[in-house]
Design a protein around this ligand. Structure first.
Ligand SMILES: Nc1nc2c(ncn2[C@@H]2O[C@H](COP(=O)(O)OP(=O)(O)OP(=O)(O)O)[C@@H](O)[C@H]2O)c(=O)[nH]1
Ligand SMILES: [Mg+2]
Ligand SMILES: [Zn+2]
Length: 338
């Protein structure tokens, strides 16, 4: 699935939304500076940082205020001689876009053109598997493959955590155990990452940036991407894309306290819960919400095929989904003040 966003057209580029942009077509045959194709590697601040096909890092101005360009996007740039600056003039169609909901339920794009979502957990900080489930739901609805990664595997692992990880494996997900500190499990992880565009997501402090440094040895902490938090620890503040030595790319993202998928991207009725979607085929009603409906195969499976925790996770997301949906529909459209 791909999407197109409105991009402010430049005077010389009539319409450049497609991957294969013909320079002649774009300029009406007139000689012009060639368009530069690049991938966004960091999208914070006023200028976006991108990498060209030749491996050169350049800065460029975003196309317009209403066009969001994020890490992982492929864009076309032209040189704006007046400002002596590169400017993005086209955004290529996206696939595998990860969105979250903001507090008002509006979708916000985190990163694009992803093929693998690596949801990182650790024995410490204690894992919040509700967050993991929500990332899984977002990945499922966006068509992105997901894997659960336990980092700090050299530490003692709680039996309940171990049980949850096994449940993800039973769902058909890759579930790896690695240690960025002891450097274990990395060969398997590198195999999983080969030729992918992967993004590391999860709670703050689970070791996403440490894993990144283990995988991409020359990735010095990028300027502006880290700040010292209250406890004096370095925490990631911006999303950055790095090239993997074995091919492919990996994106490090800031840690979260919570995560909610963008509601307009959650496909009803199972909201991206693949186990619930499979069970729902046996519910009496085709539009069963699996809450209090009679003859609901999902409710009947709780405690058996479906763990009570995973079902509770679905119920919480369902409640959030309905709350944000009704908040969006009940917001009166405000007239703009003059
Ligand atoms: N014991 C152990 N500690 C680790 C391991 N990996 C990372 N850490 C430690 O965990 C802490 C957090 O690591 P980070 O890599 O900054 O975690 P993060 O997920 O990037 O955190 P945010 O940027 O805040 O989201 C640091 O003190 C690391 O040294 C590991 O495999 N084992
Ligand atoms: Mg980090
Ligand atoms: Zn049901």
């Amino acid at each position: 699935m791909s999407e197109r966003l409105p991009v402010k057209k430049s005077s010389r580029t009539a319409a450049l939304p497609d991957r294969a942009v013909s320079q002649e077509a774009a300029t009406g045959g007139a000689a012009a500076a060639p368009l530069l194709r690049a991938r966004v590697i960091a999208a914070h601040g006023q200028l976006l940082r991108m990498r060209t096909g030749a491996g050169e890092d350049v800065l460029a101005r975003p196309p317009s205020r209403d066009c969001q360009v994020v890490c992982g996007d492929y864009v076309q740039c032209e040189f704006d001689a007046r400002h002596e600056q590169l400017r993005i003039v086209a955004l290529e169609p996206r696939s595998g876009a990860l969105y979250r909901s903001n507090a008002r339920g509006k979708g916000e794009l985190i990163a694009a053109n992803l093929s693998l979502l690596l949801i990182v957990v650790a024995p410490l900080p204690a894992p919040d598997f509700y967050i993991v489930d929500r990332y899984l739901a977002a990945a499922q609805c966006a068509g992105i493959r997901a894997a659960v990664l336990l980092n700090k595997a050299e530490l003692a692992i709680d039996a309940a955590v171990d049980r949850e990880l096994r449940a993800y494996t039973a769902l058909g997900l890759d579930s790896l155990r690695v240690s960025a500190m002891a450097l274990t499990g990395l060969a398997e992880l590198r195999t999983l990452l080969r030729d992918q565009t992967a993004v590391l997501v999860g709670q703050s402090g689970v070791g996403k940036s440490s894993l990144l440094r283990a995988l991409v040895p020359d990735s010095s902490p990028s300027v502006g991407a880290l700040i010292r938090d209250d406890e004096g620890r370095h925490t990631t503040t911006a999303t950055w894309l790095y090239a993997l030595p074995g091919g492919g790319s990996i994106i490090d993202s800031p840690g979260v306290r919570d995560f909610a998928p963008a509601i307009d991207r959650l496909s009803a009725p199972a909201l991206g819960f693949s186990d619930i979607a499979a069970l729902s085929a046996h519910c009496r009603f085709a539009d069963c919400r699996h809450l209090r409906e009679p003859d609901c195969a999902v409710q009947q499976a709780v405690g058996g095929y479906l763990s009570a925790r995973r079902y509770e996770s679905y119920r919480r997301l369902r409640r959030l989904y309905e709350r944000l949906q009704s908040a969006q529909t009940s917001v009166p459209s405000r007239r703009r003040r003059r």
